[in-house]
Write a new protein. Sequence first.
Length: 154
Amino acid sequence: MKKIVLFLALLGLAQADDETARVVYDLTTSNVAKFEKNILKGIAVNKAHYEGNLKELEVAVVIHGGAYRFFVQDIKNTMFNKDTKLVKIYPELKKRIASMADTYEVEFLMCGAAMSRNHLESKDIVKFVKIVPNSTIGLIDKQNEGFAYIPVKD
C-alpha cells in the first residue's frame, strides 16, 4: 500500500513539473521603448526563466490600439510613416519581432476590427501575425485556454 501511495505522489509531482505556463500580453502601446522592454526583452527573459526551471512558457500577444504600427510589412506605406524615429529603426525592429515568432514561438494575434481605422488590410501585416475578429475575442479565447493576462499599455 505504501508503494502505491508513493507512486501516486511521485506521479502527481511529475505531472506538476510538466505543466506549461501560459501568458497573453494585451498590447496597445505605441511607445517603442515600452514595446521593447515588455515584449522584445521581457518575453526573452521570461522564457529563459522557465527554461532554466525546466518548464515551458507559451506566449501570445494580442495586438490592438497603438501597437498596429509594430507589425506592418512596410512602415513607409502606412499612416505611421510620420513617426520618423520609428521609420528609422523599423527595419531592425521588424527583424527582432520576427525572431520572437520564430525563436520563441510567440503567437501574435491582431484585432481585425480596427484595421480599417488604421488604414490597414491583411496584405499590409507581417505574415506571422494571425488576424482575429477583435481583440476582445482574442483575449477571451486565450484566457479561457489558461493564459495569464498582462496588459502593455501607454
